[in-house]
Design a protein around this ligand. Structure first.
Ligand SMILES: [Zn+2]
Length: 288
């Protein structure tokens, strides 16, 4: 009995994150006091993860659910949250952590967006985890919530989040120096996921191979995108590794631009978020 109580007193926070980037930041903030799992793999499209029963089982034991919000996971997460029957992670619970509340959101639609039309960015652009500066704010927000869930270690969580932010700050000048050539450069993306990376590194997203977020390219839209790319002098087409490369490759070829494929997420738990961004900078430097 005593042993059971001791175990209970020292139980780690069980954190389930939807995406590996959020898992990596949760791990950085929670340190030794959390057990973190990611629902999606870094090679999976975060808009369309299979809502497999084993994910509901994971959620049923979670103290915290860390998610992107802005409808990023709306196609698969609500079913799992309901299926978990875990009151601690339901919408409105302290353990249900929508990280979009901690960042400045880009591409908010001016009017109403009908998801039935296929646009998967109806609440604004959910790909903010592509900007390391915004992830500092996410870390501080997570520290606040982890501290509410586990007050005993609240100060540790805050200190860990501050250390994470300091680590990002220590890397930013070097990253920004290496990507200085991106300032003002016209770039095309496959999906409209690059707004935050553009906001950080200064490139300009002048088009997307998808006609709307989540809608596969049509020949007509591809032709229009190629023309736009030629007119604006696009040198680079960006695509995440989980998308089919055919259309993006065609646009890059016709526009005489480079196609750069990036692995969307952190390879959690083998890679930290900072190491992931570092790998992106390696890939991006010299691609322009
Ligand atoms: Zn998207």
């Amino acid at each position: 009995m005593l042993l059971a109580l001791l175990n209970l007193a020292h139980a780690d926070l069980n954190v389930v994150a939807t995406l590996p980037d959020l898992a990596a930041v949760s791990q950085a903030v929670g340190g030794d006091h959390v057990k973190v799992t990611s629902m999606a793999l870094p090679t999976q499209d975060p808009h369309f993860v299979d809502a497999k029963p084993n994910l509901a089982v994971k959620l049923s034991k979670a103290d915290a659910l860390v998610h992107v919000g802005l409808e990023m996971e709306i196609g698969w997460l609500p079913t799992l949250v309901t299926g978990s029957r875990n009151k601690d992670v339901q919408s409105g619970a302290t353990g249900n952590i929508d990280c979009s509340q901690y960042v400045t959101v880009l591409d908010k639609p001016a009017g109403a967006v009908d998801r039935a039309m296929g646009d998967v960015h109806g609440q604004g652009n959910p790909h903010y985890f592509y900007d390391p500066r915004r992830m500092k704010d996410v870390a501080l927000g997570l520290a606040d919530r982890f501290g509410q869930l586990d007050p005993e270690f609240a100060e540790v969580y805050t200190a860990n989040a501050q250390a994470f932010a300091a680590d990002i700050d220590a890397h930013l000048p070097e990253w920004e120096r290496r990507l200085a050539g991106y300032q003002g450069a016209p770039v095309i993306g496959y999906h409209r996921s690059w707004s935050y990376l553009a906001d950080w590194t200064g490139f300009s997203v002048v088009g997307a191979v998808e006609p709307k977020p989540g809608i596969p390219p049509t020949p007509g839209h591809i032709a229009k995108t190629v023309n736009g790319a030629k007119e604006t002098g696009v040198q680079l087409v960006l695509i995440e590794s989980f998308y089919p490369a055919t259309s993006a490759s065609l646009v890059a070829d016709k526009a005489e631009a480079t196609l750069l494929t990036l692995t969307a997420g952190t390879d959690f738990p083998r890679q930290t978020y900072v190491a992931h961004i570092d790998a992106w900078v390696d890939s991006m430097e010299g691609a322009l």
